[in-house]
Design a protein around this ligand. Structure first.
Ligand SMILES: Nc1ncnc2c1ncn2[C@@H]1O[C@H](COP(=O)(O)OP(=O)(O)OP(=O)(O)O)[C@@H](O)[C@H]1O
Ligand code: NI
Length: 262
């Protein structure tokens, strides 16, 4: 069953060029896709292809000069600005790409606790810190005192304790060591297995494929194809699009199958 549906979404930015002349740049074009309960959808594609903007459009946190058209539905209901506000951080949680999303003036333990909706906040926060190997003293720190990897683990923790039904994770793993990456990906898998849905935006196709059910390949602001994860194997012959094949074959471990070899 589909929890979140994106229907013909376009996003453009109005920018002033010289003087008062306006220029509109479309950064997402006629994009349709869905998140299904119980599934992880990995989203892969080049830098600048619109992955983060799609996440922000779903959450309703695009910059104010962005114009959108199309519809996004949660549980069949069309998302309005008001509904997005109500669902944000509650039914739909974001693991943002940038650690600047953390509140610089709030201790990180408190930030995680404010996201807990069910059960005891303190307990949930302690448990999730333990899970992500964050020492007890970290809860009293401010974001500026954290390393990049610690800040990222705080962002993942915040989404994990929220009790949301949809998690949109925008590059949640860079800078993390392999043990924590595995832990986070396993948690996303468990989360999906409980009947929730995950959108996992990642440059790390190899890791994403370990847990994803389907992969959406992004290019130039739209989805080229959505393929079952198992189609990413061998030479990539089961992938439909040249770009998807190229993306897959460009991975270091696939050099062996590259035609240029010999
Ligand atoms: N506020 C903005 N105003 C104008 N253009 C923007 C704005 N934010 C993003 N863009 C443009 O939209 C495009 C998509 O950006 P987006 O951040 O979604 O890419 P991405 O796929 O997430 O890239 P990355 O993999 O590097 O995170 C880029 O070309 C970017 O320059
Ligand atoms: Ni991005």
């Amino acid at each position: 069953m589909s929890i979140l549906e994106v229907d013909n979404l376009s996003v453009s930015f109005k920018q002033y060029t010289s003087g008062l002349r306006q220029h509109t740049q479309e950064v997402i074009s006629n994009l349709s896709m869905e998140l299904v309960s119980g599934e992880i959808l990995a989203v892969v594609g080049a830098s600048g292809s619109g992955k983060s903007l799609l996440a922000h459009a779903i959450l309703g946190i695009l910059p104010s000069n962005a114009q959108t058209s199309g519809k996004i539905r949660f549980d069949g209901e069309v998302l309005t600005t008001k509904l997005q506000e109500q669902l944000r951080g509650k039914e739909i949680a974001l693991v943002p790409q940038s650690v600047s999303f953390l509140d610089p003036l709030m201790r990180v333990g408190a930030q995680v606790r404010t996201s807990v909706r069910k059960g005891k906040a303190k307990e949930a926060q302690k448990k999730v810190f333990e899970r992500y190997h964050l020492k007890e003293e970290v809860e009293n720190m401010y974001p500026f005192q954290l390393s990049g990897g610690m800040a990222r683990r705080i962002l993942v923790s915040t989404a994990m304790v929220s009790g949301a039904r949809v998690i949109i994770a925008d590059e949640p793993t860079p800078g993390l060591d392999s043990v924590v990456i595995k832990e986070a990906l396993t948690n996303f898998r468990e989360f999906a297995d409980q009947g929730c849905a995950v959108m996992l935006i990642s440059h790390d196709i190899e890791s994403a494929l370990q847990v994803a059910d389907k992969v959406a390949v992004f290019y130039g602001g739209t989805v080229l194809e959505i393929a079952p994860a198992e189609n990413f194997e061998g030479n990539g012959d089961r992938l439909q699009h040249h770009y998807s094949k190229a993306l897959w074959r460009a991975l270091p471990q696939n050099d062996f199958t590259c035609e240029f070899k010999n």
